[in-house]
Design a protein around this ligand. Structure first.
Ligand code: NBY
Length: 828
């Protein structure tokens, strides 16, 4: 920027492009972008051209606010959040950004005047699927809330070239296809190659003399460039736009040059490919981390780039690093970004020359850690051999953190070697490894679980000794979901009905849904509410017909289970219920006229290497094929399993659901967030006392929630006694008949071998106690059937579910993070 503004053209100082006040202005801008950006005339444009031109138009109108917010956040130097997450499951952007900018109406009218249907362009967007499931979607909800609440913040992550795989079914079995989401261009991103960071790997460490002080330094062997791509994160109609910054790996020319000079062209190209692999693909495991070298490279790559980005670009000149805790908190979304801790220490000590104690004092206040699991196999560990090879200096730092920590443990708890071994950041067996959750717990100012029960179990079980050692460090922040995407956008009909009843403002103050409670007693409102559900079901049916060629029958209860496929989530329990109903009818023990018409909808991706999960997908499809075509059922029981469940499909399925299946074994699902989305959209839950189900049930009341199954203490007790699934199989005739029918080959054209592994796993292992909860589940489903018969009462319950679940807004979660962990007030 030139020093004096006085010589500049006045337009150079004006904000870019003010929002349109008329549809004509919007049309003008849209056509401008179509012609000058896409280089086509409207008459010759493809749908993709029109989608991109529209996206650019929306972008243009958000731009002035964005540029201003970025400038302002830097100027005021207020404390802000750096949210570090390896995953952001964003979903489609166009609709969200139209809504945030309050442009939906103008755009609809403007496009219509050009003969263009906005819905058609909406459908054109390929969603950025840069996450696996709940954890990635939570990060997306959180950045939406942060912007809406005007909290100074930036989201950091990885710009995977390929997101979560596209799922197809071949003969009922999952086949994965690459997700080339960038193929037709991504109008929402801004590459900033001039802000690239160089990220180093490998090599060795050495000591050197710095004017009489002995210091360590890292002499890396190779490096890559981290190029940032910025995405707008607009707040909901508040004129705020935050930034999501995702890093992409590019080979460094220096690296190439060395090899080029040696004359090995092919090796140089290979090296380039190797470097660029780092941001190539999202790992599709959603629970059991694979100790793959490339994954550790991804993790270090993005956190190192993010930390340097913050320190280089966000701090005022001459900033005293001792004051960093008043300036920033790095929130670690699970253990995936935890390598940021030793990186931060390395920067402070080796690069900024702070003393160890001073650096550690800062670090301990600048990080906080969120745990998202209870499964022991999901706790990430890195073999020391691998970590030391890739990041030798970081390994030294981790060892020193651990040494000092264990000295403190001994001081406090005495020389209890067993305890010391259990609390060590370094595990010795089966191979010497770094326990990332322990490192995060030791370094974090706070550690939080994601629902009350989960946080309690972390303190009582998973991290029990740490809770004793660090009183006050552990806290809870119950998850939430953004009401903008999951109510306003996904359910426009219900949104209108709510606004008509209680006025607007609820989308940013979701507890106001409480005001709907009296409407549950209003017959006219109930009729309108039921009408909305019917419209949403029809809309879903159209989507499924178009997408997969399947229909949903009128009058069916929609019974929905959508989430990643995992044994602990117990899709198998629901399959057993379906098979029980089917078997009852074909064996004549249930009159078909007594079957309450239901369509069971599944959506689930399995990790490509998770063989049992893939077999369960096959089984669901196989049961569906038989049940859907057996005339004895008279069309009263249907199974629908649309492939490739993603955020876009979720937005259609959830508003149409009557019944929400949240049936994990108690003590295994950290929170769940789908459970919240369903309740907010007026589905009733059938669920165990697990994760956030506990809090949902407390809020909506026992009469409006179908609870079944063992509680967590009962699960622990049964486990301690010795669980024998056979006992349950023998004792329950319905269960026996259902399992025997699967085992008989009835769903595999007589071939008993196909599902034998599923059956024998249930009978001889059943780690997640499906059989133990079966009877209770079937009984709860019978209560559901009976309740559904009384539609007035059902609708009343559904309204109360909406009215009483405003607590689950991600705005409330963010408020809790601010109060309990971040202490970063909104910037007004
Ligand atoms: O995080 C989920 C929990 O299962 C769910 O209960 C909770 O509501 C949600 C948000 O807090 N966890 C989850 O989605 N985890 C992953 O997606 C994930 C992804 C990758 C890896 C592990 C877990 N990994 O190790 O690669």
């Amino acid at each position: 920027m030139p020093e004096s503004h006085s010589s500049l053209h006045p337009l150079a100082l004006a904000p870019v492009i003010a929002p349109p006040s008329t549809a004509d202005e919007f049309v003008e801008r849209f056509l401008h972008n179509l012609n000058f950006d896409r280089g086509v005339a409207l008459s010759a444009s493809s749908a993709n051209d029109r989608y991109l031109a529209l996206a650019h138009t929306v972008r243009d109108y958000l731009m002035a606010r964005w540029l201003e917010d970025v400038r302002h956040q830097k100027e005021v130097q207020a404390k802000g959040v750096c949210y570090l997450s390896a995953e952001y499951l964003l979903g489609r952007q166009l609709d969200n950004n139209l809504l945030a900018a309050d442009l939906t109406e103008v755009a609809t009218e403007a496009l219509a005047s050009c003969g263009i249907d906005l819905d058609e362009l909406r459908a054109h967007e390929v969603e950025p699927g840069l996450g696996n499931g709940g954890l990635g979607r939570l990060a997306a909800c959180f950045i939406d809330s942060l912007a809406t609440m005007a909290v100074p913040s930036i989201g950091y992550g990885i710009r995977y070239e390929y997101g979560i795989f596209r799922q197809t079914f071949v003969d009922g079995q999952q086949v994965e296809q690459p997700d080339a989401w960038l193929a037709l261009g991504s109008p929402w991103e801004f590459a900033r190659p001039e802000d690239a960071q160089t990220i180093a790997f490998g090599g060795h460490t050495e000591k050197y003399d710095d004017e009489g002080v002995t210091r360590s330094r890292w002499v890396p062997a190779w490096n890559v460039q981290a190029v940032p791509y910025n995405y707008m994160v607009p707040g909901f109609q508040n004129g705020r736009v935050n930034t999501l910054r995702l890093w992409s790996a590019v080979a460094t020319s220096a690296f190439d040059l060395r090899i080029f000079n040696s004359g090995d062209y092919e090796e140089a190209v290979r090296a380039q490919t190797y470097a660029e692999n780092i941001s190539k693909v999202l790992y599709p495991e959603d629970s059991t981390p694979q100790g793959k070298e490339l994954r550790l490279q991804q993790q270090y790559f993005f956190v190192a780039a993010s930390i340097h980005d913050f320190l280089d670009n966000m701090l005022a000149d001459g900033f005293d690093l001792a004051n960093l805790p008043e300036r920033v908190i790095f929130q670690l979304n699970d253990t995936h970004p935890v390598i940021a801790v030793p990186e931060f220490m390395r920067v402070l000590i080796d690069e900024r020359h702070l003393e160890w104690d001073a650096a550690w004092a800062i670090t301990r206040q600048c990080f906080a850690y969120t745990c998202h699991t209870l499964l022991p196999e999901a706790l990430e560990v890195w073999p020391v051999e691998l970590l030391g090879r890739l990041l030798p200096r970081h390994l030294e730092i981790i060892y020193r953190i651990n040494d000092e920590f264990l000295v403190a443990v001994r001081e406090r708890f005495g020389d209890d070697e067993m305890l010391v071994r259990n609390m060590s950041i370094i595990a010795e067996h089966p191979v010497r490894s770094v326990r990332m959750a322990y490192l995060a717990t030791v370094a974090g100012a706070k550690v939080n679980g994601v629902a009350e029960l989960h946080s309690q179990l972390l303190r009582d079980k998973v991290l029990h000794d740490f809770d004793a050692f660090f009183p006050g460090k552990f806290t809870n922040v119950t998850n939430g979901v953004t009401p903008r995407r999951f109510l306003r956008l996904a359910n426009p009909e219900l949104s209108s009905l709510i606004t008509a009843a209680i006025g607007d403002g609820w989308a940013t103050d979701l507890e106001r849904l409480r005001e709907l409670e009296p409407f549950a007693e209003d017959a006219e409102f109930r009729t309108a509410f039921a009408g909305v559900k019917a419209v949403n079901k029809r809309r879903l049916s159209e989507v499924l017909r178009e997408r997969d060629g399947v229909e949903i029958s009128d009058g069916h209860m929609l019974d929905v289970m959508v989430k990643r496929l995992h044994e602990y989530k117990r899709q198998l329990l629901k399959v057993l219920h379906i098979v029980t109903t089917y078997e009852g009818v074909i064996s004549g023990r249930i009159a078909v006229s007594d079957v309450v018409p239901r369509t069971a909808i599944f959506g689930a991706k399995a990790a490509p290497g998770y063989a049992m999960a893939k077999r369960i997908i096959h089984l669901i499809n196989a049961v569906g094929e038989v049940v859907n075509t057996d005339p004895r059922l008279e069309g009263r029981l249907k199974v629908v399993f649309p492939p490739n469940y993603n955020v876009t499909l979720a937005e259609r399925v959830i508003p149409a659901a009557d019944l929400s299946e949240q049936i994990s074994l108690a003590g295994k699902e950290a929170s769940g967030t789908g459970n919240m989305k369903f309740a907010l959209n007026g589905a009733l839950t059938i669920g165990t006392d697990d994760g956030a189900n506990v809090e949902i049930r407390e809020l909506v009341g026992d009469d409006h929630f179908y609870l079944f199954g063992m509680s967590e203490p009962e699960v622990s007790e049964l486990s301690a006694r010795g669980y024998r699934p056979q006992d349950f199989y023998q004792a329950d005739e319905g269960l026996r008949r259902a399992i025997d029918l699967i085992a008989s080959g009835a769903f595999s054209r007589g071939d008993r071998s196909v599902f034998e592994p599923v059956v024998s796993n249930l009978l001889y292992e059943d780690r997640f106690m499906v059989l133990a909860d079966y009877a209770s589940y079937v009984a709860a489903q019978e209560r559901v059937d009976a309740a559904y018969a009384d539609q007035e009462a059902w609708t009343r319950s559904a309204i109360l579910n909406v009215a009483r679940t405003g607590f689950f807004s991600s705005d409330r979660s963010i408020r809790d993070y601010i109060d309990r962990i971040w202490h970063t007030p909104p910037l007004v």
